[in-house]
Design a protein around this ligand. Structure first.
Ligand code: UDP
Length: 245
């Protein structure tokens, strides 16, 4: 399949059109950004590692009945996917307090939440992706009440599947961000990527609070060994069967 024109270039991926209007190609990059792109860098081999991890996780989710945009991985750093119109909401699911939840609520890092928390953010770089309330989502007409409930339920379903999968990898899923999109025939699909760029992942075999970090927090917080942490996630994820028990 020949790659067509660049449809969109984001912080971590370049999205190309293909000769089929219903199919797009994502090229995963080694570039890393944090704090709304104020911090920039590269992580050696990140493109290939995130593409491999996201591919495997999309297969896990598909096998468990979640509809995703994933089609296949024609090259190590490339993913083919169904073309969708992205819903401008970032859906964050949290199991353990970290990051902005701690900053905004005073909860201590590492506190287990009594039930998963689903937060919606406005996907708008110029506004700095602000946290939304339900009423603001309706005010901005970003989703109807039924769609919002559907997104919440899908996010919780994905959370349960991924918690179980990562548990088999001896990894704790702290929190993660999802994006969804609509196909031309109005099918809602899980989109974007799921990788150490978009999840907080803690190594169950490490007790030290810095050493256990296996995700982009190593880059955000200058903890070092970012690429080796991503490689460790990839190794453990790819070693597991896609059928979660
Ligand atoms: N996240 C993301 N993209 C964003 C913001 C957050 O992938 O633009 C992920 C982040 O990696 C973490 C989760 O969503 O796994 C929750 O992030 P949080 O709101 O705590 O923000 P942060 O502390 O990353 O600024």
């Amino acid at each position: 399949m020949s790659t067509g024109e660049v449809l969109y270039e984001g912080k971590a991926k370049i999205i190309y059109r293909t000769d089929d209007p219903e199919i797009l190609l994502a090229q995963y990059k080694d570039d890393a950004t944090a704090f709304n792109a104020q911090k920039r860098g590269t992580i050696t081999n990140k493109g290939q590692m995130n593409c491999a991890i996201a591919t495997h996780l999309f297969k896990v989710l598909e096998a468990a009945g979640v509809a995703t945009h994933f089609i296949d991985q024609p090259n190590p750093n490339q993913m083919r996917m169904r073309a969708v119109q992205i819903v401008p909401l970032e859906v964050v699911v949290r199991n353990i307090a970290a990051g902005s939840l701690c900053q905004q609520t005073g909860l201590e890092l590492g506190v287990a939440l009594s039930q998963p928390l689903v937060d919606f953010y406005y996907k708008d770089d110029a506004l700095g992706d602000p946290l939304l309330t339900r009423d603001r989502i309706f005010l901005l007409e970003l989703a109807m009440p039924e769609q919002l409930e559907q997104l919440r339920q899908l996010a919780l379903q994905v959370n349960q599947i991924l918690i179980n999968f990562f548990h088999q990898c001896e990894i704790t899923l702290v929190d993660f961000k999802l994006e969804f999109g609509m196909t031309s025939d109005q099918q809602l699909l899980l989109a974007d990527e799921i990788s150490p760029d978009t999840c907080r992942l803690w190594d169950d075999t490490e007790s030290d609070p810095d050493r256990r970090v296996m995700d982009k927090d190593r880059f955000r917080r200058d903890l070092g060994e970012v690429d080796t942490a991503y490689a460790r996630v990839m190794e453990r994820v790819l070693a597991q069967n896609i059928y979660v028990s």
